[in-house]
Design a protein around this ligand. Sequence first.
Ligand SMILES: Nc1ncnc2c1ncn2[C@@H]1O[C@H](COP(=O)(O)OP(=O)(O)OP(=O)(O)O)[C@@H](O)[C@H]1O
Length: 471
Amino acid sequence: MSVYDAAFVNTELSKPTSIFGLKLWVVIGIFLGSFIVLTLFLLSLCLTTRRKSRRHRHLVPTPLVSKEIQEIVHHQHHPPAEANHQHKAPQVPEIQVDTGKLEHILAFSSGESKGHTSVSETTSFGSGNVGPEVSHLGWGRWYTLRELELATNGLCEENVIGEGGYGIVYHGVLTDGTNVAVKNLLNNKGQAEKEFKVEVEAIGRVRHKNLVRLLGYCVEGAYRMLVYEYVDNGNLEQWLHGDVGDVSPLTWDIRMNIILGTARGLAYLHECLEPKVVHRDVKSSNILLDRQWNSKVSDFGLAKLLCSERSYVTTRVMGTFGYVAPEYACTGMLNEKSDVYSFGILIMEIISGRSPVDYSRPQGEVNLVEWLKTLVGNRKSEEVVDPKLPEMPASKALKRALLVALKCVDPDPTKRPKMGHVIHMLEADDLLFRDERRAAREPSDSHSGDRQSTNSGSKLAGDDVHKLTRY
Ligand SMILES: Nc1ncnc2c1ncn2[C@@H]1O[C@H](COP(=O)(O)OP(=O)(O)OP(=O)(O)O)[C@@H](O)[C@H]1O
């Protein structure tokens, strides 16, 4: 542009306009300024609206089933719990829920037409959990609360198998179909998480076919749960004292197998572990049975786990009444010989079908040990046998079992046999035959009147039993 052109533009811009006589460049400036301001205003308006709408979206409540949750429900039919005269496990649908975020509330159909099962009321337990879903331990698994809720239908009442001093036990089915017993522990106040884990892991490493296997545990907030293998044929107490009709399905051989299995489990705890484990609560309800009548000792290690000195013992007064060794009851002194005493009571209970203490009996018969000693001392061993037994045992076998039982309840703990020795005595037919042969060589004496003495083997066993009944 030449000098003349510039002078021309300058002159034109400086001319007054009809708008309040303002010069043209001023008018143009006002227009441009207004346009910029308007643009900025519209821009900010747009941004504010967007932010508001985004904030608004956050206030919408989380839908019951978030789209981030992929739900897979298998309508799997588990066979109904087979005849367990005490407990019928309900059908538990297998539910596998793949969640995006833990804080989502889950709601799902149970798969069965009626049951609308919601775990929403229980998911709050797990909502704070940001840890790993599953941790694989050396020996088992660390389960999340939600996993166990899913397995037990939200810890539902229908899944309750029973309740003991330690807490409520639920039947559960894990997503892989494994049947489990979930023990929701009470009395866990003061049990630090670390301490709990150490103790549980010690129990979890114990493996024996006659001990109920601990599969894992759950620690979340105040919750402490133990997950056990599910033993599907009830407990010995139910079979001995429950309503089984006039003839018990527990034959003599089955009973002896239960005794022997229990002895093996206890011997393992006492003699094969370092440090050894004293059960402290050997009794028939802690002997679980499978379909082949194999026995599995449950609850071992729990007394220690739950700080028995402070909580468990004070509420339950050392073990269970009727099974507790006298020295333990009197002094609180505890070692594996206290378990041996309880085991002796258990043998008597299995042979006789009687509870250790039965107040419905006439005086003098209330206490199982006293009653049994009196009968055996009076040469009436056969009268101690459970009337529900389908067949009387051989006299020799009966006396052997009674002999072992009486040795186990010796008031002097040092004279009680170790569990390993108990196994030998129970298994050793040979030992008795040897003794019988020796007895046959010696002249018959005062016990010829014994009703059992028609059996040549009964004399020596009878002598031993008699000797043991002097207490
Ligand atoms: N692993 C398991 N499999 C199947 N049933 C079990 C299992 N563990 C426990 N039960 C059952 O759960 C119920 C309660 O068991 P728990 O051991 O808590 O109490 P208890 O033995 O009856 O009493 P206590 O607490 O005084 O020992 C019992 O009927 C028992 O048979």
